[in-house]
Ligand binder design. Structure first.
Ligand SMILES: Cc1cc2nc3c(=O)[nH]c(=O)nc-3n(C[C@H](O)[C@H](O)[C@H](O)COP(=O)(O)OP(=O)(O)OC[C@H]3O[C@@H](n4cnc5c(N)ncnc54)[C@H](O)[C@@H]3O)c2cc1C
Length: 349
């Protein structure tokens, strides 16, 4: 948070967040496996705001009235603004499954703290059936971490990963899939591909192929989509409901409204929901807000098409993917730890 730059330019700044803590989901598998404490994975927003001269409001953003420049919060209170930036992230689109019962979604982060509690509380005598729906980097990271946690705590678990496509990590090269699948299967994981979940009933997941998978605890990690607040605000949105922005990260209709990360859809560029874009967009939003306040040219954000993605396999190794190159092992995991910890250090005050 480099808000000082705007505060010293004379702006009065307010941060609105539904929680006093911002959790970094990239560290979630590490938190589940016990590599990190929950405190190491989060930013204390109240403290950070106080240190940067920013007012902090703990509330849920509900909608914005862009004509009158007013933000409506879930508590019923309102706030007026001259400039605003939305960075509300994403959620798991669980509504795509007919019924989800008591399933936990991979976001918000607090759900994964709950998952960890349940597995930790299960004793070795009681067999716990864990199911993870999804086969992308999120689901694979969670599955690997669950094995690691169970091994350390002596919990007796079985784990089934349920993926509708023909293979896991379908957005990554085949070699990454093979490494991740072997890592999970070597630890006893069952990988079910071409299983599309229709309903999560009590104690059993039902699939369109008429098979059912028994479970005690299920996590849904089927991808990420923006929250629904932009549609209800009447702002122009992309296909997934993210606020549609131009290359300067401004709403295409309202230049005083900015946004970044998982909650936006850049016109003409569909970006995957990964942290690197959220992190890289931040400085552009700040710079362009300053330019609007003080006068000056706005700078276009040009997304990189190749980026490094490292999945924590939960067995001490990581699998790193950069374009079509794949590299796996302990070194990949050390690189991920280094990058994640360095990122979190930026918010220590
Ligand atoms: C389990 C998991 C593991 C992942 N691992 C990786 C990884 O290793 N590498 C990687 O690059 N990406 C990873 N991702 C994806 C990555 O987390 C996202 O791309 C990244 O978090 C997006 O950042 P963001 O700032 O846009 O949103 P977020 O990090 O989701 O932040 C949004 C913030 O907005 C707040 N908020 C939400 N709604 C409201 C509201 N209505 N009112 C007020 N505040 C609100 C939230 O509390 C949160 O603090 C992972 C995702 C998951 C779920």
């Amino acid at each position: 948070m480099r808000a000082n730059a705007l505060v010293s330019a004379g702006a009065e700044m307010t941060m609105i967040s539904s929680s006093p803590f911002h959790y970094y989901s990239g560290m979630a598998p590490g938190m589940i496996s016990g590599l990190y404490s929950k405190e190491e994975c989060r930013v204390d927003l109240r403290r950070l705001s106080a240190a940067k001269g920013v007012k902090f409001v703990e509330d849920d953003f509900y909608k914005v009235d862009p004509i009158n420049k007013i933000v409506h919060l879930a508590s019923g209170s309102t706030l007026s603004y001259d400039l605003i930036s939305f960075n509300t992230g994403s959620r798991v689109p669980s509504e795509l499954i007919d019924e989800t019962g008591d399933a936990l979604t991979a976001k918000p982060f607090e759900n994964l703290l709950r998952l960890k509690e349940i597995i930790t509380a299960s004793s070795g005598d009681n067999h716990l059936k864990v199911a993870v729906v999804g086969g992308g980097p999120t689901a694979v990271g969670i599955a690997g971490a669950v094995f690691s946690l169970a091994k350390k705590g002596g919990s007796n678990i079985s784990l089934t990963l349920v993926e509708e496509r023909g293979r896991i990590l379908s957005s990554m090269p085949k070699r990454a899939e093979k490494i991740a699948a072997k890592s999970l299967e070597d630890r006893g994981g069952f990988l079910l591909t071409k299983y599309k979940v229709s309903k999560i009933g009590v104690g059993a997941i039902e699939c369109f192929n008429r098979e059912s998978i028994p479970y005690d605890i299920v996590v849904i990690g089927t991808g990420l989509v923006p929250h629904q607040h932009f549609g209800r605000s009447g702002l122009k949105c992309g296909p997934d409901g993210g606020m549609l922005v131009n290359e300067f990260l401004q709403s295409v209709d309202y230049p005083e409204i900015f946004g970044g990360g998982d909650c936006i859809s850049i016109r003409g560029k569909a970006l995957p929901k990964v942290g690197v874009f959220a992190v890289r967009e931040g400085p552009f939003i700040l710079r362009n807000m300053k330019a609007l306040l003080a006068g000056g040219a706005l700078k276009a954000f040009k997304p990189q098409w190749r980026y490094l993605q490292i999945i924590n396999l939960g067995d001490g190794r990581g699998v790193a993917v950069w374009g079509r190159y794949v590299f796996a092992g302990k070194v990949a995991m050390l690189i991920k730890e280094f990058i994640d910890k360095r990122f979190m250090r930026r918010f220590l005050v």
